[in-house]
Design a protein around this ligand. Structure first.
Ligand code: GDP
Length: 627
């Protein structure tokens, strides 16, 4: 269909390849049915062909099903939708399957919001840099929804009652917030002005078809603008194996997705097998007859050549050990066969490695992207996806929480031992955040014994929340423990005619000149020394034992103004010091700080200290000759 392909000097684009992801029961299969037009009227099903493991929708078909005007150009010839939900091999291939897709539709049940597998999909997509659209499905479940079969969503929403609109808004906002928590900015597409940066949400009903035209339009109109270069048609063959089949009449065949280029009968190709690269010749290229189910019996359509993007079944010898998710490489006359085989070998290595690692349920190569550091918490999750969700959440939470180490699968004693390193280094990081994994009894026991905390929760959000609350609790406890040693800095001026008691306890009115004065603060005065080697002497007077405002109210702390203070001495020396004899109103009263008191402030009371308080500390440090 050249009519839909933009003419002139613009690049020729191929059909984008789309997959559908989401939590179980979100409606992936049903939405796929809807998109494939299994639901649409016979008349409207025009041109849709079922490919191998995929469905091809020509641009014309999409135009017919949407309100798009005839003169509006569609830059791509059509859309190839991978039959993800039905296609088990796709989910087995995981990331390798995903990397052949140009775009994903992430289905979210509007009544349930983001669920575990949704979040996993999101992080896979982010890792592979695949653009996506959110189908906020099952809008017809909103209480009182008026059905508007296959209508564009804005039209359908207009027809709804205020109650439905309100519920819709509320649920939409919740989903947007959920996405935000996972590090994605989203917006309903009809209000989205930053389509390159903000992910589009399309409300849909896979039941009655509302919003499905909008979704299709975004896929063929918005997407090509975003990933034009990726969609440029290229003669270089790019082809991924979906699965290997044993066919009664044809023998072994492989189903592939042809992403770019052309495959022809008679092409020499290399397939990746566990035994190494296998070179063979394409004998036949097959697709099912239009609109027939993939599994349906009956003859296939034979092709001399197939042009991307399409799903196709290849008949050739030596295919039985081909590995799903690997490339099929075409060797053209004049190509260096050795070089092509070496490329295949490299892919085989990689595929075997990732498969093994996936099967062991341990690290996949991609996880190395998680940054760890010497001091931080320990995170443990059931899958790479959830692990990444937690880490994204830790990063976006108000406090930036570093990660020391992570692991997948149940929490064992070894994990506790490793995480316990933080008990000595930084107590607040001595935790394991465990999400959706079992904590083995020996691990809990060891943690309880050593003082390591294991936090579990049913959502990532709660998990991180419990941790931040835990830190707050720790901080408060520490403050209590060290309160007696903390000395907040202050300087006070004695009001000369308002000294009520000159000797232990000293009682007088003072003006708070700098810093913050608190009950419990040790107070001293400086006097010049007669001994030339020491230029000042520090005289401790005792601690402030109580404090009052001018109208007689008891207070515990003051940052300015005039307050009455009582200073009670501890030692005989302190008790002996008296106003008028050892010091007078020309002496400044100063909080008596020490190296230790400064360390305690730094360690536990940072949140109560202001910048000017630190400045005062640094000035007093020189006066007290503290290093
Ligand atoms: P999958 O597991 O994601 O493939 O989900 P399915 O497509 O199998 O759908 C799960 C259930 O939800 C089925 O009973 C569907 O009929 C139902 N369902 C899916 N989409 C919608 C929708 O838009 N509206 C309503 N009311 N039900 C839906």
């Amino acid at each position: 269909d050249t009519q839909d392909v933009a003419s002139g000097d613009e690049k020729e684009l191929r059909a984008p390849i789309c997959c559908i992801l989401g939590h179980v029961d979100a409606g992936k299969t049903k939405l796929l049915d809807c998109i494939r037009g299994t639901h649409v009227q016979e008349r409207e099903a025009g041109g849709i062909t079922q490919q191998i493991g995929a469905t091809y929708l020509p641009a014309e078909n999409i135009r017919d099903r949407t309100s798009l005007k005839a003169e509006t150009a569609i830059k791509v010839p059509g859309l190839l939708v991978i039959d993800t939900p039905g296609h088990e091999s796709f989910s087995k291939m995981r990331s390798r399957g995903l990397s052949m897709c140009d775009v994903a539709v992430v289905v979210v049940d509007i009544m349930k919001g983001l669920e575990k597998q949704t979040v996993e999909s999101l992080h896979l997509l982010r890792r592979h840099n695949v653009s996506f659209i959110v189908a906020l499905n099952k809008v017809d479940r909103l209480y009182g929804w008026k059905e508007c079969t296959n209508a564009p969503i804005v039209e359908a929403l207009k027809k709804q009652s205020d109650d439905v609109k309100r519920e819709y808004k509320w649920r939409l906002t919740k989903v947007v917030t959920d996405f935000k928590e996972n590090g994605f900015n989203t917006a309903p597409y009809y209000e989205n002005n930053k389509k390159k940066k903000v992910v589009n949400i399309v409300p849909t009903s896979a039941e009655s078809g509302e919003g499905v035209p909008d979704l299709l339009l975004l896929l063929v109109r918005w997407l090509p603008d975003i990933i034009t270069d990726k969609l440029a048609y290229d003669d270089t063959v790019e082809c991924t194996v979906l699965e290997v089949n044993e066919h009664k009449d044809l023998g072994t065949t492989v189903d592939v997705v042809l992403i770019n280029g052309v495959l022809r009968q008679g092409d020499q190709v290399i397939v990746c097998t566990k035994q190494g690269p296998v070179t063979t010749i394409i004998r036949d290229l097959l697709t099912p007859h239009p609109m027939k189910e993939l599994k349906a019996k009956g003859a296939y359509k034979h092709h001399k050549e197939v042009r991307a993007a399409q799903g196709v079944k290849i008949v050739a010898r030596g295919l039985q050990y081909a590995m799903a998710g690997t490339s099929l490489i075409v060797v053209k006359p004049g190509d260096d066969l050795r070089q092509a085989e070496a490329a295949a070998m490299q892919e085989i290595d990689m595929a075997i490695r990732t498969t093994d690692e996936n099967e062991k349920g341990t690290k996949t190569q991609e996880v190395s992207s998680i940054k760890t550091c010497k001091e931080g918490i320990y995170v443990q999750a059931s899958s790479v996806g959830t692990l990444e969700a937690i880490i994204a959440h830790l990063k976006s939470s108000s406090v930036d929480i570093p990660v020391y180490a992570w692991n997948l699968g149940p929490v064992y004693k070894q994990d506790v031992m490793k995480a316990s390193a933080m008990l000595k280094r930084k107590e607040e990081y001595a935790v394991i955040l465990a999400f959706d994994v079992k904590v083995m009894p020996e691990a809990s026991a060891l943690a309880a014994e050593s003082g390591l905390k294991i936090i579990t929760a049913d959502t990532v959000y709660r998990l991180v929340n419990i941790y931040t609350e835990h830190i707050k609790g720790l901080k408060e406890a520490k403050k209590m423990q060290f309160a007696a040693e903390a000395v907040f800095p202050c300087t006070l001026k004695i009001l000369p005619n308002r000294v009520y008691h000159s000797k232990d306890p000293i009682v007088c009115d003072v003006e708070v000149v700098e810093g913050v004065v608190k009950v419990g603060t040790p107070i001293c005065v400086f006097t010049p020394s007669k001994d030339k080697s020491k230029n000042i002497i520090v005289h401790s007077l005792g601690r402030i034992s109580s404090m009052q405002t001018s109208n007689g109210n008891q207070i515990f702390s003051a940052r300015n103004g005039v307050v009455a203070i009582k200073i009670s001495g501890d030692s005989p020396q302190e008790k002996s010091r008296s106003y008028g004899w050892h010091f007078d109103s020309s002496n400044e009263l100063v909080s008596e700080i020490s190296r230790r008191s400064i360390d305690v402030l730094k360690e536990c009371f940072r949140d109560e200290m202001r910048a000017e308080n630190w400045q005062l500390i640094s000035r007093l440090k020189t006066q007290f000759k503290i290093a």
